[in-house]
Design a protein around this ligand. Structure first.
Ligand code: FAD
Length: 615
């Protein structure tokens, strides 16, 4: 029987990142997926990043993942969202050429040393006791492995809905994964159904662009990868149009024909990516909704109308699309549809994304109840790194809420579970002033170097950048200046007699490195990227030092690991309700226990006391 150290099932966003991460860690990895050309396919919107999601992409990149570099190569319109707000909540976003993205991801995956791509459908898992030891393909072929990562996205028992027509499918044009879903059921895992939807695709040549507002990308594109220097692809504009009262009338009259509203779908959908039916019902006071007309590729005419995802019958889709300005004669190339699929309650996972009850089996991506390419990729990375560690017999790698959005997401999923498809937002991170997109490399690349998942190119670029940053900060902090000296240099500080360093002054809003050049001439040689980074770091330094106590407390609690056989039920003084929740959730650290709904400081103190005494 063929043997691999790690098998990754699925070549979507989670699967690619998982397979690359495991291979970067030096273990022999196989990526098994239904179709080779399906590797890196964007099932829905042709865009990467955004608020919170852009942070995830930067963090993946900081750990030498692939998504950021591929998105930079495929980007046809870059926009930094929240540009006018502080850097902590700015989100890099790129509209991607779907074809280039897929081709680049395939090429990166084919070139990765230690990673083999196999085409096929995994239908069964091989077990030795409660440990997974390989997979069985539909053609009967068996492959053994020390760890298996499942990243099957929307494919597990996927059902596609258009109006009252339902048919089996993993996404349009792909078959679902049914046998594997049935096999997972035998593990007794808590499973549920979720749903998501996508809009009809339009032929750009049939759109009347003449009266539409056009939106260009940023003049100075902000890229995802710390390695990328400039955009590769030609940049394009998007069109903007709106729904109107006629559109709303058509949709309202046909609501009962929508798969979601006609009672054909049981699964719960993403509240933050509502279908056009949802918008019309939930925001009935709104007379119009904005639609971005996003070209899907430089090499074909397909347009993604962002904002009108639907599961209405095709003829209703046609009618409402034609009621919209510019789309009067638009031809629908592919109808919108909803998809319903199985997911596994992520509370059954450890923070390493290994199942608590099935050793060596990891889950990542949409299968864990998330939505979005970036969320999937970030989980893939965590699962890939941890699977490699299992193979090597090393301890789990746990990302914390204080060091990354990745840690926030994994902790949210594994300790709180999901009641709807989970999507990342900056508001989910309590330490968002320190978890910025701009400093993802400072937060994570050193960790990646210690783990051994960072390539030589990134290592050299990172170490050089850190050296320049340290030098710049040391220049800026060695000398102090009086308010008179600073005022003379044109920097408006109050005459409080306090001496300040250059770094202190950069913490004031609207003070830039250039303003200090007359006082500190060495600053003239500083590279533009380092200037910006020093300014951001200085701006947030005070807030971050104020947060330090909270971060320390969290880290302390995270260090209090709770053994898997810890007996919550026998702790005297805990309410029965909390005991039940703790037994169900099986938190792996005191920090995770703290986030269980209804947890109290007194209950935590009881758990801590028992931990200190030994179970
Ligand atoms: P996927 O990208 O789905 O990849 C799954 C992979 O597993 C595929 O390569 C498949 O071939 C492979 N596979 C499945 N079963 C097997 C098997 N048995 N053996 C081998 N290989 C297998 N996200 C948003 O953020 N917003 C949205 O509005 C949105 N709408 C969506 C609408 C639709 C219709 C769909 C289909 C998806 C939508 N998404 C949306 C979700 C987005 O596509 C996913 O979040 C993302 O692709 C998940 O990545 P993944 O790697 O988990 O799974």
């Amino acid at each position: 029987m063929k043997h691999c150290d790690v098998i990754v099932i699925g070549g979507g966003h989670a699967g690619c990142e998982a397979a690359h991460a495991a291979a970067r860690m030096g273990v022999k990895t196989a990526l098994i997926t239904l179709k080779r050309e399906g590797i890196g396919v964007m099932s829905c919107n042709p865009a990467i990043g955004g608020l919170g999601k852009g942070h995830l992409v930067r963090e993946i990149d900081a750990l030498d993942g692939v998504m950021g570099r591929v998105a930079d190569k495929a980007g046809i319109q870059f926009r930094l969202l929240n540009r006018r707000k502080g850097p902590a909540v700015q989100g890099p976003r790129a509209q991607a050429d779907r074809k280039i993205y897929r081709e680049e991801m395939l090429s990166e995956t084919e070139c990765r040393i230690g990673l083999e791509i196999l085409e096929g459908e995994v239908i069964d898992l091989l077990m030795q006791g409660d440990r997974v030891c390989g997979v069985v393909l539909a053609d009967g072929c068996e492959i053994s492995a020390d760890a298996v990562i499942l990243t099957t996205g929307t494919f597990l028992r996927g059902v596609i809905h258009i109006g009252n027509i339902a048919r089996a499918g993993g996404r349009l044009g792909d078959r679902p994964s049914v046998l594997l879903a049935q096999r997972l059921e035998t593990f007794g895992l808590p499973m549920g159904r979720l749903k998501t939807g996508t809009p009809p695709r339009l032929d750009g040549r049939s759109i009347d662009w003449s009266g539409l507002e056009m939106q260009p990308g940023d003049e100075n594109p902000v890229l995802f990868s710390f390695l990328s220097k400039s955009v590769s692809a030609r940049q394009i504009e998007c069109g903007i149009t709106h729904t109107n009262s006629q559109t709303h009338d058509i949709i309202e009259k046909n609501l009962n024909r929508s798969a979601m509203y006609g009672g054909h779908i049981d699964g719960i959908g993403p509240r933050y990516c509502p279908s056009i039916e949802d918008k019309i019902v939930r925001f009935s006071e709104k007379e119009s909704h904005q639609i971005f007309l996003e070209p899907e590729s430089l090499s074909d005419h397909t347009i993604y109308p962002n904002g009108i995802s639907t599961s209405l019958p095709v003829e209703v889709q046609e009618a409402y699309v034609h009621s919209i300005k510019g789309l009067e004669r638009a031809e629908i190339l592919q109808p919108g549809y909803a998809i319903e699929y199985d997911f596994i309650d992520p509370r059954s996972l450890r923070p390493s994304l290994e199942l608590k009850d099935v050793q060596g089996l990891f889950l990542a991506g949409q299968i864990n109840g998330t939505t979005g390419y970036e969320e999937a990729a970030a989980q893939g990375l965590v699962a890939g790194l941890n699977a490699a560690h299992i193979v090597r017999g090393k301890e789990a790698i746990v990302f914390g809420r204080s060091n990354s959005y990745i840690g926030v997401m994994i902790d949210d999923l594994t300790s709180r579970g999901v009641s709807e498809p989970y999507r990342m937002f900056t508001s989910r991170a309590e330490f968002r002033l320190s978890l910025r997109a701009d400093n993802a490399d400072q937060r994570l690349t050193k960790l990646g170097l210690d783990l051994g998942c960072i390539g030589e190119d990134r290592k050299a670029i990172f170490l050089e950048k850190m050296e320049q940053l340290d030098r710049a900060k040391s220049i800026l902090s060695t000398t102090t200046y009086t308010p008179t000296q600073l005022n003379a240099a044109g920097i408006g500080v109050s005459q409080d007699g306090k001496r300040r360093t250059g770094l202190d002054v950069l913490a004031f809003p609207n003070v830039h490195v250039e303003d200090l050049q007359s006082l500190i001439p060495e600053l003239c040689d500083m590279a533009p990227a380092i200037r910006v980074q020093v300014e951001y770091d200085a701006l947030y330094a005070t807030y971050i030092s104020r947060q330090a106590n909270d971060v320390d407390a969290l880290k302390r609690d995270e260090r209090h690991a709770i053994p898997s056989d810890f007996d919550f039920a026998s702790i005297i003084g805990l309410s029965n309700e909390l005991k039940q929740k703790l037994v169900g959730a099986r938190p792996t650290s005191l920090a995770q226990a703290a986030r269980i709904d209804g947890m109290t400081p007194a209950a935590l103190a009881l758990i801590l006391a028992r931990l200190k005494r030994g179970n």
